[in-house]
Design a protein around this ligand. Structure first.
Ligand SMILES: Cc1cc2nc3c(=O)[nH]c(=O)nc-3n(C[C@H](O)[C@H](O)[C@H](O)COP(=O)(O)OP(=O)(O)OC[C@H]3O[C@@H](n4cnc5c(N)ncnc54)[C@H](O)[C@@H]3O)c2cc1C
Length: 390
């Protein structure tokens, strides 16, 4: 079987790696990626964090496998026995809720516990005792991860997945797909910007935030949109201990990063969130307008915060339900989607890559049932909603 994976970020690299792990010499894997530096790729611009705290069990299970691959990178990704550095740091997420959000936290924690994730529900008093730097008087509940959470270097991780895939025989082509040849209801070949055409039995859309644009080249709708998110690197002159990744009810988040912090704001329901804003223009005004007031409220020491730098990357948003699309396109059986992770795709890359490879090679989900992510649900209008979105 010949498979062309389009996009060489974490998702494309994970798909390629698992295709070769599972299929060996029986599968010919090529990966088209125009930019070997991954400079604009979400994988390299990500906040690189891993959590168990989702509202759906299958997302918890995907993160667990992601955590396993990341935290045991030497076992999974070493090439020729060389140590693999993905910058893994054990950490935790702290979801904070007011009265309005508390029932959701309780419900999510029950789902997480049933899926094997340990998450502690803390009263405001208990949270304040554990984290005296945190303001809790306006909170009703907090959820603190007790294991398998933390952060890593997304760029290093995507590269390590790619290096492993190549060591197993996957071939990277420095090229952009600019069109497709269709034969009936199938794709026959992809056209590259080098002028070549690559024929294959299956094509995998791993183009991240550009998944919709890639689908359009094949005349196949992929409802995934590139939504810019700005991340601020911050310094706090007032000494603070390392913090978990705190998700605040005001729609902001922050966490320790080295000696400082990183943080950002995510638009909520009703906020303007246009597509395709330029990546080289992080929204610096967000710091004063959104981030600083909320952070200084939650952590009084953050009154003294200073911005060191800021960058922007694209979330690959699937607005129907903020869950991924994994499986064949509803209108084209050999165009496979692995898209729309809506801001949590780095940690899900191993599970998504393994699942897609299993299903493509054997016709069935094997280790994890990922059928809930079927792109068919877009056509049938049956969303599979993930509520714990940051
Ligand atoms: C600011 C920010 C913070 C995030 N934080 C987290 C987090 O904490 N935890 C988490 O799990 N996830 C997080 N994410 C999301 C995560 O980074 C993405 O879900 C994940 O990296 C998606 O990987 P990908 O390989 O699909 O996309 P990408 O890494 O963007 O790779 C897609 C690749 O496709 C290539 N491509 C595009 N079009 C074509 C074409 N026509 N032909 C060939 N190649 C093409 C591009 O060059 C690109 O390299 C964050 C994202 C951002 C932007």
């Amino acid at each position: 079987m010949r498979v062309l994976v389009i996009g060489g970020g974490a998702i494309g690299a994970a798909v390629a790696m698992f295709l070769k792990r599972l299929g060996g010499a029986s599968v010919d894997v090529q990966v088209a990626e125009p930019d070997p530096t991954l400079a604009r790729s979400s994988s390299a611009l990500s906040a690189g964090s891993v959590r168990q705290q989702f509202s759906n069990a299958v997302n918890v299970q995907m993160s667990s496998f992601g955590h396993q691959v990341i935290s045991q990178a030497d076992d999974w990704l070493a090439v020729d026995g060389q140590p693999v550095h993905v910058g893994w740091m054990d950490g935790a997420y702290l979801f904070c809720a007011t009265e309005a959000g508390a029932p959701v936290l309780r419900r999510n924690q029950a789902v997480q516990a049933a899926a094997g994730a340990e998450v502690a529900l803390l009263s405001p008093e208990a949270a304040s005792r554990q984290m005296p730097w945190l303001r809790t008087d306006d909170l009703a509940l907090a959820a603190l991860g007790q294991g398998r959470e933390g952060w890593l270097d997304g760029d290093a991780f995507a590269r390590a997945l790619g290096a492993k895939a190549r060591s197993l025989g996957a071939v990277w082509r420095r090229a952009r797909v600019v069109g497709f040849d269709r034969r009936g209801d199938h794709l026959a070949a992809a056209r590259l910007d080098t002028g070549e055409a690559v024929s294959a039995d299956a094509f995998v859309n791993a183009a991240g935030p550009w998944a919709g644009a890639l689908g359009a080249l094949a005349g196949l709708p992929v409802p995934v949109f590139a939504r810019r998110r700005t991340v601020f690197a911050l310094r706090c002159p007032t000494p603070l201990p390392p913090t978990p990744l705190v998700v605040d009810p005001a729609g902001v988040w922050f966490r320790s990063e080295g000696a400082g912090f990183i943080g950002g704001w995510s638009p909520g329901e009703g906020d303007d969130d246009p597509d395709d804003l330029p990546l080289d223009q992080p929204d610096l005004a967000q710091f004063e307008e959104r981030l600083w007031p909320a952070l200084a409220h939650r952590v009084p020491a953050f009154e003294a915060l200073r911005v060191q730098r800021a960058w922007a990357g694209y979330y690959e948003v699937h607005p129907l339900d903020h869950n991924a699309l994994i499986g064949p396109h509803p209108h084209c059986a050999n165009f496979w989607l692995c898209n729309g992770f809506s801001g949590h795709g780095l940690q899900h890359a191993p599970a998504a890559g393994r699942g897609l490879a299993e299903c493509l090679l054997t016709g069935r989900w094997q280790t994890l049932d990922l059928s809930a992510f079927s792109p068919q649900r877009v056509v049938s209008g049956r969303p599979f909603v993930e509520q714990a979105i940051i």
